[in-house]
Structure formats: structure tokens, C-alpha cells
Design a protein around this ligand. Structure first.
Ligand code: 1HE
Length: 270
């Protein structure tokens, strides 16, 4: 799908390590540091945070991509050696804040992956809601080989996608997963041909943007929290969320549309 993107204006346009463009309800945010393979330095993590907390009200879904041959090479290693232990903690917390602004922000985010999705790049991808991987994608957690640990939320998010055992293997042995293995282990939901990821991401984002707002809200905000609760507590929260979502006029109209044969059926993929 091709959407008619136009460059964002105002504060978003000033973020020079990102390219941000908007097509109606869909925003496209591209990491734009390809000479360093989109490695995330302090400025880029700050800009990512700013972008996701400053999205225009009209935006209902985001497609996140990386410029050049790779999605993201992770933490900019040139900045790590000068940090004290205390600075390291603060640095990690700035990543957490940015990744939380993505995962628990206002709108769902579809990451379109290609090439290297490594270290902090995988942490970034894991904070998104859906991942589309082009066949060129490969996943690694070279922190284990660099003598460090994940610090951008990876220990909380990657095991929730692929399991503790997979992450342990990737970190201890430097194992790299290709696009197919990544999909089988839950790191992506889609694998598509090289060069087609952006169109697929736009197609998914446009669908998501058309959902009822409280429905998207409940999937983004309630679902991951319910998964962290005990079953009885989770079921209680589910009841509250279900009642809130279905009480909304947008939900009532959609249900009426189906009953009056104005809405599509659930159809098998052709
Ligand atoms: C970088 C970085 C980086 C590239 N920090 N400068 N991440 C890693 O350990 C991954 C390190 N990077 C790589 O393994 C490779 O660069 C790639 C597989 C991603 C791409 O390879 P390639 O051949 O396309 O590019 P390149 O020639 O290796 O890199 C091009 C330039 O980008 C080069 O700089 P130049 O000045 O020599 O041109 C590289 O040094 C630079 N570059 N990746 C700094 N990561 C919150 S905690 C998260 C912890 C982590 O993420 S640890 C994992 C870090």
C-alpha cells in the first residue's frame, strides 16, 4: 500500500536524526543515521522520545523504519566507555523512558525491520506493537560479546516475545537468528520479501488507525498488563476494560453496522 506522506512540520521537523512524515492518520518515523547504521546515541534516543510524545492528535498509528541497509545497530558504542556506573543507570533509564513512550504511548506502532536488528535495535523493535521483517532481517544481542548487558528494556521485552531460553542463547553464545527463525520464535509477526516491508507496514498501520480508539487503547495498555497479572486479577481487569470499550459509541456503531449487514465478515485469507 502506498500512502500520500508529507513531511511533518513544527517540532517534529526539527528532529534531525529522524525523518517524520504523515499521511492522514498514519505517521512514518524513520531512523536517519545510516552512516552509523542507525546506532542509537544520546541524541537519537532523546529524539525518539520527543517524537513519540509529540505526535499530532490526528495520528492514530505509526510505521517505524530505519534508513539504509540496516534497521538499527543498537547502542552507539562510541559513547559507552566514558560513562560512570551512576551515569550508566541514568542512561539506561532514558532508554526505558523512550521505549515506554513507544509501547505505552498513545498509538500502536508497526516496526518494519531489515538487515541488522541488533542489541538496542532489537530492544527498540520489541517496544513496538507489531513487527514486519523483510527477508534480509537478522537478530542479534551482541551485548554478551561486548561484555555488557541489555539496558534498553530488552530483558523485560525480548523474553516476552521469544522466551528467556532464546534470549539466553543469543546473549551467551552470540547466536544470530534470521528472519524465518525470528518469526518462528515470535520476534516478528510477518516476514515479507525485501523491499516490500514498508508497504506492508503502511497497510497494517492504516487498518489499525481505522479501529475504534478504545479498542486500540485496550490492546496496547490493558493486554500486556493483564499478561503480567495473576489470572484472577487479569480477568477482573479484563471485565473492566471490556465494559469500558463496549460502552463507547464507536463500539456500539460498529456492532450495529455488523448486525445491519453494513460491515464486513471475518474472511479466510485468499
Ligand atoms: C557503530 C555501531 C554501533 C556501526 N556503535 N558505531 N551493537 C553492536 O555491537 C553492533 C555493532 N555493529 C555491527 O555489528 C555492524 O556495524 C553492523 C552489522 C550493524 C553493520 O555492518 P556494516 O558492515 O554494514 O557497517 P560497518 O562498516 O560495521 O559500520 C559503519 C559505521 O557505523 C562504522 O563507523 P565508521 O566511522 O568506521 O564508518 C561503524 O563503526 C559504525 N557503527 N554500529 C557505534 N553500534 C541500551 S543498551 C543496548 C546495548 C547494545 O545495543 S550493545 C550492541 C551494540
Amino acid at each position: 500500500m502506498s500512502l500520500n506522506f508529507v513531511p511533518a512540520t513544527g517540532a517534529l521537523a526539527a528532529l534531525d536524526l529522524l525523518v517524520i512524515e504523515i499521511a492522514g492518520a498514519v505517521a512514518h518515523i524513520r531512523l536517519n543515521r545510516q552512516v552509523k547504521r542507525n546506532a542509537i546515541n544520546d541524541a537519537l534516543i532523546a529524539q525518539l522520545h520527543s517524537a513519540f510524545v509529540s505526535l499530532p492528535e490526528a495520528v492514530k498509528a505509526v510505521v517505524l523504519t530505519g534508513a539504509g541497509e540496516h534497521f538499527c545497530a543498537g547502542l552507539d558504542l562510541s559513547e559507552i566507555s566514558e560513562r560512570s556506573v551512576a551515569e550508566g543507570i541514568i542512561h539506561s533509564r532514558t532508554w526505558h523512558a523512550a521505549m515506554d513512550a513507544i509501547q505505552f504511548g498513545r498509538v500502536p506502532v508497526v516496526a518494519v525491520l531489515h538487515g541488522a536488528v541488533v542489541g538496542g535495535g532489537l530492544e527498540l523493535a520489541s517496544s513496538c506493537h507489531i513487527r514486519v521483517a523483510e527477508e534480509s532481517t537478522y537478530y542479534g544481542l551482541p551485548e554478551g560479546q561486548r561484555g555488557i548487558f541489555v539496558g534498553g528494556g530488552g530483558s523485560a521485552r525480548v523474553p516476552r516475545l521469544a522466551g528467556v531460553a532464546t534470549m539466553t542463547d543469543m546473549m551467551l553464545t552470540g547466536r544470530v537468528l534470521d528472519a524465518g527463525e525470528g518469526e518462528r520464535r515470535g520476534l516478528s509477526q510477518y516476514v515479507v520479501a525485501n523491499g516490500t516491508g514498508f508497504a506492508k507496514g503502511c497497510e497494517l498501520a492504516a487498518k489499525i488507525a481505522g479501529n475504534a480508539p478504545l479498542s486500540n487503547f485496550s490492546v496496547m495498555q490493558a493486554l500486556p498488563r493483564i499478561a503480567d497479572l495473576s489470572q484472577p486479577d487479569g480477568l477482573f481487569v479484563e471485565s473492566l476494560m471490556a465494559a469500558i470499550a463496549q460502552g463507547d459509541e464507536a463500539a456500539k456503531e460498529r456492532v450495529r453496522a455488523f448486525l445491519e449487514k453494513r460491515a464486513g465478515k471475518v474472511e479466510k485469507k485468499s
